[in-house]
Write a new protein. Structure first.
Length: 159
């Protein structure tokens, strides 16, 4: 199995959250990719880049997305068949983003969102989780979730 990470708008492919989760998965024998969206400001251009990457994917995969990367992973997952999707403070229902409805038919979707997120309202994750009836963890933390990285890592391992 492979884990494919999509980072947020202002972070990079090997930011602290992704590095932590990737190290955990690598130690458990999973392949890990982290797509570099540096210089691509359009969320839908990022969806296209991830989609191009997934067309060549040969093994079963899980998508992990943080913030804008959550939106990117969610939209790409509608065309491809991941084993599951794990979202960290996903940028869902954001004004100006092309997709405002999400129709995933996956049995394994988990969202983690910080109670104190100042960038993406936690209500957006609640709205999607109610619609999809997926796992939602509202935890202590802001948008970056760095203060709760141990809990995020634990939740990812359970996922």
């Amino acid at each position: 199995m492979k884990v494919i990470f999509s980072h947020g708008k202002e972070s990079g492919p090997w930011g602290s959250k992704i590095k932590r989760l990737a190290d955990t998965e690598s130690s458990q024998g999973c392949g890990v990719d982290s797509i570099d969206y540096s210089g691509i400001t359009s969320p839908d251009a990022r969806v296209e880049k991830l989609s191009n990457h997934l067309m060549a994917e040969q093994e079963p995969f899980v998508l992990v997305g943080s913030s804008m990367g959550g939106y990117v992973s969610m939209v790409a997952a509608e065309k491809f068949s991941p084993i599951g999707i794990f979202l960290l403070a996903p940028a869902l229902y954001v004004d100006g983003y092309l997709h405002q409805e999400y129709k995933l038919d996956l049995p394994n979707i988990t969202i983690v969102h910080g109670w104190s997120d100042e960038v993406i309202p936690m209500q957006n994750s609640i709205k999607y989780a109610q619609q999809a009836k997926c796992n939602l963890h509202l935890i202590d933390g802001d948008h970056r979730l760095n203060s709760s990285i141990v809990l995020v890592d634990d939740l990812f391992n359970i996922f």
